[in-house]
Ligand binder design. Structure first.
Ligand code: ADP
Length: 401
């Protein structure tokens, strides 16, 4: 079966076309600047040259039509006909408490995703645009939604509730949900396969650190705790997000600086984290360059980032009463040897010992970076959220045939 995986953002749309007979990617690409005067479509058919096209794409329906045109294009295409696409899988950020796993798109499912707009105002509306656009362009083709939050629905009440008046949970669903679930799910499974040890025997801490970042304590294969909460702002210090802080900082700053709700939201989500402390960049590559050059602000940003990450690892080791495996993934986790080195340097009390040479290797494959003496296995596992979406889409379409 051939299926299309779509990840729709407010002004962007990423796609991958899979042939599920061997899980190969036939083509992938990205439409950027949707709704602006010049949109850019970048299309990469496997084994062929990448092509870029600039045009006016005002909404997601046109974006998907352009993508489908490229997929059947004489020169850059990989399909004879759009009819070869037998299913579409969509990434949706927030599934609330309703979606505990992936689901077939039905009118009820769409209504529920709409009801969750309140909890994910930036992320769920574009997902609905993507679904509607795919329905218009591919009528009758089954569609599946895969949620970032679903894997974390196994968290217990004592973990997911905030210690605030319970009426807020009942009335407004204020609780911790967690994000990056498909990635935490995927890398924990790959870690178990790589080590040839059953998930039921493992206490795993998965560190998904990219622009955004979250950690998950995976016990018996299930998410026991995760660092993001109601929204992706809680937890680690990130590229432009603050992560954890005293909630009173928010009201204090709003009062002193006379900030509105949207201004304080923007401050915490877009102007904090590495960017705020370094004063120059949210990109870990720039921060580590600054660290190596001895630049004081970049050094401080790096040290805060590493310290906060390490504290979370310690707290999840405490939550699970131990840790067998630490997995690093996503942009920073897969690529930054120095972040991994510095974090692990101060985890010797857990028996963590990494091999500096193994830590430097880049392979694009799951690999061990801990030394044979280490009491904890430390792995780097490239994440693949699209593959999880593709597999879930196939499974759900087959179950509903
Ligand atoms: P997103 O969270 O947007 O999905 P990614 O997981 O792709 O992002 O991570 C992107 C981030 O990864 C970049 O902002 C950059 O900070 C970091 N990154 C990528 N390559 C490197 C590298 N070689 N060294 C350090 N950081 C890197």
């Amino acid at each position: 079966m051939k299926l299309l995986v779509i990840n729709a953002g407010s002004s962007s749309l990423k796609y991958q076309l899979y042939d599920m007979t061997d899980e190969s990617v036939l083509a992938k690409g990205l439409v950027e600047r949707i709704g602006m005067d010049s949109s850019i479509l970048t299309h990469k058919p496997t084994g062929k040259e990448e092509v870029t096209e600039v045009s006016e794409i005002l909404e997601h329906t046109t974006a998907i039509r352009k993508v489908l045109d490229k997929l059947v294009d004489q020169e850059h295409g990989v399909l004879n006909s759009v009819d070869e696409i037998q299913a579409v899988g969509h990434r949706v950020v927030h599934g609330g408490e309703y979606f505990k796993s992936s689901a077939l798109v039905t009118p009820e499912a769409k209504a529920e995703i709409r009801r969750l707009f309140d909890l994910a105002p930036l992320h769920n509306p574009p997902a609905i645009s993507g679904i509607t656009a795919a329905e218009k362009n591919m009528p009758g083709v089954p569609q599946v939604v895969v949620f970032d939050t679903a894997f974390h629905q196994t968290m217990e009440e004592k973990v997911f509730l905030y210690p605030i008046p319970k009426v807020l949970y009942k009335k407004h669903h204020v609780r911790r949900y967690g994000m990056h679930g498909t990635s935490h799910y995927y890398v924990s499974r790959i870690a178990s396969e790589y080590l040839n040890r059953p998930l039921e025997d493992l206490k795993i801490i998965t560190c998904h650190i990219g622009n955004g970042g979250s950690l998950t304590a995976v016990k018996d294969g299930k998410s026991m705790d995760t660092s993001m909460g109601l929204t992706p702002l809680e937890g680690l210090m990130m590229g432009t997000r603050s992560g954890d802080l005293d909630p009173a900082v928010v009201t204090f700053v709003m009062n002193k600086e006379e900030l509105s709700i949207s201004e304080v939201n923007s401050m915490l989500n877009k102007h904090s984290g590495l960017l705020a402390i370094s004063g120059s960049s949210s990109d870990m590559r720039d921060i580590t360059d600054g660290l190596e050059a001895g630049e004081p602000n970049a050094t401080l940003a790096f040290e805060m980032y590493e310290y906060r990450l390490r504290k979370y690892i310690g707290s999840y080791a405490a939550a699970m009463n131990g840790v067998d495996v630490i997995v690093f993934t996503a942009g920073v986790g897969e690529n930054s040897a120095i972040v991994r080195e510095k974090v692990c340097e101060n985890l010797t009390y857990l028996g963590v010992e990494i091999d500096p040479e193994l830590n430097k290797i880049r392979s694009g494959e799951p690999r061990r970076i801990s030394s044979p003496n280490s009491k904890v296995e430390v792995l780097v596992v490239p994440t693949n959220e699209e593959l999880v979406i593709a597999r879930d889409t196939l499974r759900i379409v087959e179950e509903n045939r």
